[in-house]
Design a protein around this ligand. Structure first.
Ligand code: TMO
Length: 314
């Protein structure tokens, strides 16, 4: 974990971390952001090493995961290798439509990001995983801060989850409290599980959590195109966000529109990069469960998947 904090600390201080010993100037290096969940940090390291192997320089830059697509429009970031549909689909597609960002590739991994609870909660809240059942027992999730409303423990605000809008869109008796970090969510889950305290929080798959805890995603009204932009659709014609997140969400690779011309070789490699659900889950598990440093986790994944990533080089 130390490594993550030092990387993020450097990012927070506005430092950039350069690796690689190519002769290209920093201006030519591929700029990759470091975000605040572990599969992304490990994957950024892996993707960076693959790009270096193909002959380009790489630079890691601080970039808020929600604002990064606008940063790509400014040319400050070249490559986001984990574009999760549920969190960033709207922000990403906006910049693709504006022509700043290219939808370069889609990983095989299918993603879901949603409200989630550990299974023992079903005993105090009959009818789960239906969202109406959750809402009917909202008070069971109340904390001093939110009572009599239930607390939904959301992720950091920069993950752009639209949870407040969801609560409003569906008229729920919940208050969203954003955690400061992913680790803060996992720490609360560990304590709640041990004491069997009802908790509902943001989670996603692929992630290491499914290997450690039994639990389920809350089933909200089915996601549909336009649910988060246009109030007229859905069960509440006055509000947006009256739907869940996509259940088979994409995981994409976005690049700055100028990259193919600036560095066609790197762009060709980037378009071949393709992670599966298992790849993403393993990247997070190596750090969050096995407590490896990000760099070591990247080294292990690459050693275990040598033929796979080498095939992306040409
Ligand atoms: C973007 N995330 C995987 C934290 O939902």
């Amino acid at each position: 974990m130390q490594k993550i904090f030092s990387l993020l600390g450097a990012a927070a201080l506005g430092l950039t971390l350069s690796y690689g010993v190519g002769t290209a100037s920093a201006a030519d290096s591929i700029k990759i952001p470091l975000h605040n969940w572990t599969s992304q940090l490990v994957g950024a390291e892996i993707v960076g090493r693959i790009i270096q192997e193909s002959g380009s320089e790489v630079e890691y830059v601080p970039a808020d995961s929600g604002a990064v697509y606008e940063a790509m429009c400014e040319g400050d970031v070249d490559l986001v290798h984990e574009v999760w549909q549920g969190a960033f689909g709207v922000a990403f597609e906006k910049q693709v439509n504006a022509g700043c960002v290219i939808d370069a590739a889609t990983h095989d991994a299918k993603t879901r990001e949603e409200w989630w609870y550990p299974s023992y909660v079903e005993e105090v809240c009959p009818g789960l995983p239906d969202w109406k059942a959750l809402n009917a027992c909202a008070e069971k999730f109340a904390t001093a801060e939110t009572a009599p409303k239930g607390r939904f423990l959301g992720g950091p605000a920069e993950w752009l989850k639209g949870d407040d809008e969801r609560v409003h869109g569906l008229g729920m008796d919940f208050e969203v409290i954003n955690a400061g970090s992913a680790d803060a969510i996992w720490a609360e889950l560990a304590i709640a599980s041990e004491k069997k305290i009802p908790i509902v929080h943001f989670n996603w798959t692929p992630n290491f959590i499914e290997a450690l805890y039994d639990g389920k995603f809350v089933e909200f009204p089915e996601y549909f195109e336009g649910c988060r932009e246009d109030p007229s659709g859905g069960i509440n014609p006055e509000t947006t966000h009256d739907c869940g997140n996509p259940k088979d969400g994409y995981l994409k690779i976005g690049v700055w529109q100028g990259l193919p011309e600036k560095n066609p070789e790197a762009y060709a490699v980037i378009q071949r990069i393709n992670f599966t659900n298992l790849d993403i889950a393993v990247m997070s598990k190596l750090v969050d469960v096995d407590k490896m440093e990000v760099q070591d986790a990247a080294t292990k994944w690459m050693a275990d998947n040598d033929a796979k990533w080498r095939a992306w080089l040409n």
